[in-house]
Design a protein around this ligand. Sequence first.
Ligand code: ADP
Ligand code: ZN
Length: 192
Amino acid sequence: IMEYSKIGSIEIIVGPMYAGKSEELIRRINRAQIAELKVLAFKPKIDQRYSSDCIASHNGKQTPCIPIETTDAMLEIIEKEEFDVLAIDEIQFFDEKIIEACQRVADQGKRVICSGLDMDFKAEPFKIVPAMMAIAEHVMKLTAICMVCKDPATRTQRLVNGQPAKYTDPIILVGAKEAYEARCRKCHEIVK
Ligand code: ADP
Ligand code: ZN
C-alpha cells in the first residue's frame, strides 16, 4: 500500500467485523511511529471492546488512543497538539462533522488514517462511511472469513439468541444474547 507522508491525504480502511481493520490501522500507526511521525489516535467512547484507552484488534494487538464522544471533543484536542498523523478507529460511530474535520487536517498537509464498518448488520451503507470513502485518496476494503462457507466475507451477521436478527430488531435488545459474525453475500441473512 502507498504511504502518503509529504502531502496531506485521507486513507480509509473498511470491511465487515473481523476483517482486520483495526489490525491494519495499528500496523499503519506503528509504521508512522517508526518514521518518527507524531500520531494522534482516537476512537469513539462507546467502543469499550477490549480496553478503554487503546485501539485493539480481535487478535490482541493494541496501541494507545484517546477515547472521545464527539468530533468537537477531538477538534479541541487536535487544535492544542502538534502532530503529523491523525488516526481514527470505528469512524462509523462519529457524527457527520468528522468528515469536515478530516478534510481540514488533510488540507493542512497531514495524513489522516481511519477505519470503520462500511455496512451495518442489515448490509446497508453505514452512516458517514460512504462519504468518507468518496473523499479519501486511498480506500482499502478488507474481507473476513465467512463463518458458514469459509468464502471471503463482506458482511456482518447479527445473531440474537443464536438466530439471524430481524430487520426491525431494535439496536439494543434487553436480556437477549447478541453476537456478530462475518458472512459472505450468500450466507448473510436478514429476516424481514
Ligand atoms: P476488525 O477491526 O475488522 O473487526 P480486527 O483487526 O479487530 O478486525 O481482527 C482481525 C482478526 O480477527 C484476524 O486477524 C483474526 O485473528 C481474527 N478473526 C476472528 N474471526 C475471524 C473471521 N471470521 N475472519 C477473519 N479473521 C477473524
Ligand atoms: Zn458464506
